[in-house]
Design a protein around this ligand. Structure first.
Ligand code: SF4
Ligand code: SF4
Length: 78
């Protein structure tokens, strides 16, 4: 039986904790509420809501969060 899971590609969000100063800017500015500050660090709570807009990444003062856009859709391309 085939599983009915949605396999659309998701972005990848990585937090480099040693560089993170727990300012919370990334979580505050995320328009999709993807990030939540927990234990002093941003935690990805809703990756499926992330649009890979990059706002969190560009506004992080310490370059501690990076967003990698999903690879090109695996659609029907010749
Ligand atoms: S890339 Fe955009 S939507 Fe995704 S976590 Fe960062 S600010 Fe939020
Ligand atoms: S904006 Fe950067 S330094 Fe601030 S909490 Fe987010 S990842 Fe950490």
């Amino acid at each position: 039986m085939a599983e009915e899971s949605d396999q659309r590609p998701l972005p990848e969000i990585r937090v480099h904790k040693p560089w993170c100063k727990s300012c919370g800017i990334c979580a505050d500015l995320c328009p999709r509420n993807v990030l939540l500050m927990e234990g002093g660090y941003p935690v990805v709570m809703r990756l499926e809501a992330c649009t890979a807009c990059g706002i969190c990444e560009v506004h992080c003062p310490d370059f501690a969060i990076t967003v990698t856009k999903p690879k090109s859709h695996g659609g029907a391309q010749p």
